[in-house]
Write a protein that binds this ligand. Sequence first.
Ligand SMILES: [Zn+2]
Length: 81
Amino acid sequence: MIKTCKHCNVDFDTRSSAKRAAGGRINECPSCVEELGTETAVKYLGFSDDDATDIAIVSFQSNDARDNVSSAWKDASCDIS
Ligand SMILES: [Zn+2]
């Protein structure tokens, strides 16, 4: 289902893998969910058998770490261009 993000007015697919991974509300695109931190880590805590759980929890528990990674990624992108 295509929805329009309430934050940035971008059309996104609510069933895309990016949206599923990011979580958040039905009317928030994946990038806004990650950027604004509207999703919590609660839904990941139930899957302790999943190898990916630790990664998911860490990435959502620490906003500082996530911002650092995001900044580093953006810096790297700037270097390329
Ligand atoms: Zn958005």
